[in-house]
Design a binder for this molecule. Structure first.
Ligand code: GRF
Length: 204
C-alpha cells in the first residue's frame, strides 16, 4: 500500500514506520509525508529517505475549500491508500475524512478513551496520567473520524506507570510502544480487512 504519513513534530513515529519498511516488517511504502509545520523534523526525515515531503498548511490558502482540494489532489497524485497521523496536531478537512473513511489511522499516547480529546496531546497527556495517579498508561492506534481521538480502536498496548515516573520518563516508555504498535496496525491493514464493530475494529 502507498501510505501518506502526516506529522507536526519530531517524526519518531514516521522513522519507525520507515524502519519497519526497510526491515520488511511491513510491505507498504511511505509515498508521501505532509506536515502543517515547515520546521517539523518529520520533513527532514522524509527528505533524507528520498520521500516527497510537503509543507501543507491551511494558513497558505484563502479558503477551507481550496485547502481541502489541494489536500485531496496531493493524496491522489501519490495514489495514497492509507493515511497515518503520527503526531499530527490538526483536524483533517471533513472531505478528506469522508474520502478516506476507515483508512486513516492515528497514534495517541494514552489508553483511549481515557486522556483523549482536544488539548490532550504530547506531554499534556503524560502529565494528566501522572497527576491522576494511574497505574497504567500506554498507546492507542485508532481510526480517525471528524473529532479528536474518538474513532474505533485498532490496537492498544499498556505500560506500567512507576511511582517515580515523571511525564518525561513516561513519555519515553509510551513512545517505545507507539513505535511498535503503529507498524503492527499498518500490517493488519495490509493483510486483513477491517470490520468496524462499535468502538472496536476487528480484522477478518
Ligand atoms: C507521539 O507521542 C504521538 O503519540 C503524539 O505525538 C507524538 C509524536 O511524536 N500524537 P513523533 O513526532 O512521532 O516523535
Amino acid at each position: 500500500m502507498n501510505i501518506c504519513v502526516m506529522a507536526s513534530g519530531w517524526g519518531s513515529n514516521l522513522e519507525s514506520i520507515i524502519n519497519s519498511q526497510k526491515k520488511g516488517i511491513i510491505s507498504s511504502r511511505v509515498a508521501l509525508v505532509i506536515s502543517n509545520n515547515s520546521n517539523s523534523n518529520a520533513l527532514n526525515i522524509a527528505r533524507i529517505n528520498q520521500i516527497p515531503a510537503v509543507h501543507l498548511s491551511r494558513l497558505r490558502f484563502d479558503s477551507d475549500g481550496e485547502y481541502a482540494s489541494e489536500f485531496l489532489n496531493l493524496l491522489k497524485k501519490y495514489n495514497i491508500e492509507l493515511i497515518v497521523l503520527a503526531g499530527y496536531l490538526k483536524l483533517l478537512p471533513q472531505v478528506v475524512v469522508h474520502t478516506y473513511k476507515n483508512r486513516i489511522l492515528n497514534i495517541h499516547p494514552a489508553l483511549l478513551p481515557q486522556f483523549g480529546g482536544k488539548g490532550m496531546y504530547g506531554m499534556f497527556v503524560h502529565e494528566a496520567v501522572i497527576k491522576k495517579g494511574e497505574k497504567f498508561s500506554g498507546a492507542t492506534v485508532h481510526l480517525v473520524d471528524e473529532h479528536y481521538d474518538t474513532g474505533p480502536i485498532v490496537l492498544q498496548e499498556k505500560v506500567e506507570v512507576s511511582s517515580d515516573d515523571t511525564p518525561e520518563t513516561l513519555q519515553k516508555k509510551v513512545l517505545k510502544i507507539e513505535h511498535k504498535i503503529l507498524p503492527e496496525a499498518i500490517k493488519l491493514y495490509e493483510t486483513k480487512t477491517p470490520v468496524i464493530t462499535g468502538r472496536e475494529v476487528k480484522f477478518t
